[in-house]
Design a protein around this ligand. Structure first.
Ligand SMILES: NC(=O)CC[C@H](N)C(=O)O
Length: 357
């Protein structure tokens, strides 16, 4: 079935549709990972976005039962150069096309993803829509221009009720802003007794659970759209050790008086170099973010910058000067991607141990 991708700026890309037969609109972003399409399709942080994969062959190892980052994907669509319909891997259960049909998602293949990525790099991320071949291009572009995407994406993907992932180790309350399962996997591996709570849980409610540590998860959208989380973080600072990842990191920044801003085209992929300013070491990291903490705004706060991105020198890590609290903009759970930063979970365990003493 012939389809086309129309950008709000009016550019049109012709291709072949896959997955469900539906038209889909979202923010068009690009991801430079060579693998990891299953994880990113199911990463709740991609809520409302259509992802263009810069690696030219996607779907070649199929979809397996182990690599999901959530049960229901929140992504809006996928743009690929070549879709592989004959995957080869011992873990493959279904093809990417079959997953998209099953989950009612639509994608487009046969796209010049280099040209598209150049447009996104030059003009910044834009809204786009995957439509049927006969759609009126000018009408779709102007409809996109006047559409504002929802600001309640965190609410959409967060759990509505708390649930437990029991174990015998430290009791960690994981605040779910759209948490990837990889975070639960990493904490479980370290024997953490996890309670996952909804994004609107208050500090008082969390303290009643008597936690040893708080994990603030990743999540979709603009951190400024989650103002209630700032009171929650302020209410926990100094009382329980806190570790934040991605959206959780940005929220710690905002809660401590820093500002965030939207990056031109974000960081998305499994190959982003990050400099640890304290250890003077570089880690290759997995990233997926469109916003960043404003470094200038850290002045006068109690936060110290601990990491920066080597591609554009933007902020990638923070630590509180007084309280046990640290965070990173990238993904130490590394699903998908390099495991260089995995030790941060061990540091979180250590922080909980030290705090207990
Ligand atoms: N993965 C995330 O948590 C992303 C955080 C935020 N939504 C951003 O795009 O910057």
């Amino acid at each position: 079935m012939k389809k086309k991708l129309i950008l709000e700026s009016g550019e049109v890309f012709h291709g072949e549709g896959f997955g469900a037969e539906l038209e889909t609109a979202g923010e068009v972003v690009f991801n430079t990972g060579m693998t990891g399409y299953q994880e990113l399709i199911s990463d709740p942080s991609y809520c409302g976005q259509i992802v263009c994969m810069t690696y030219p062959l996607i779907g070649n190892y199929g979809i397996n039962r182990d690599d999901y980052e959530s049960i229901e994907p929140a992504i809006k669509g996928l743009i690929v150069k070549e879709l592989c319909d004959l995957p080869s891997n011992f873990r493959t259960q279904i093809t990417l096309d079959e997953l998209f049909k099953k989950k009612n998602l639509s994608g487009i293949s046969g796209i010049d993803t280099r040209r598209l990525t150049r447009i996104l790099r030059n003009s910044g991320v834009v809204k786009g829509k995957i439509v049927n071949a006969d759609a009126d291009e000018a009408a779709v572009a102007s409809e996109l221009k006047s559409t504002n995407f929802p600001t309640n994406q965190v609410e959409e993907v967060s759990t509505k009720t708390p649930y437990a992932n029991p174990n015998r180790g430290f009791k960690v309350v994981l605040v779910d802003f759209g948490a990837k399962l990889g975070i639960i996997r990493e904490l479980s591996q370290r024997n953490c007794d996890i309670i996952v709570v909804s994004q609107d849980t208050t500090a008082e409610e969390i303290l009643l659970m008597n936690p040893d540590g708080i994990m603030l998860s990743n999540g979709p959208g603009d951190p400024e759209d989650v103002p209630h989380a700032l009171d929650m973080i302020r209410g926990l600072l100094g009382k329980v050790p806190i570790f934040g990842i991605c959206l959780g990191h940005q929220l710690i920044g905002l809660a401590c008086g820093a500002k965030t801003f939207k990056l031109k085209f974000g960081h998305r992929g499994g190959n982003h170099p990050v400099l640890d300013l304290e250890k003077n070491t570089v880690a290759i990291t997995s990233q997926n973010h469109g916003y960043a903490v404003d470094q200038e705004s850290l002045k006068g706060t109690d936060l110290i910058e601990t990491h920066i991105a080597l591609n554009d020198r933007t902020n990638e890590g923070l630590k509180h000067k007084i309280h046990p609290c640290f965070s990173v903009q990238y993904h130490p759970e590394a699903s998908p991607g390099p495991e260089d930063a995995n030790y941060l979970f061990d540091e979180f365990i250590q922080m909980m141990e030290d705090f207990k003493k």
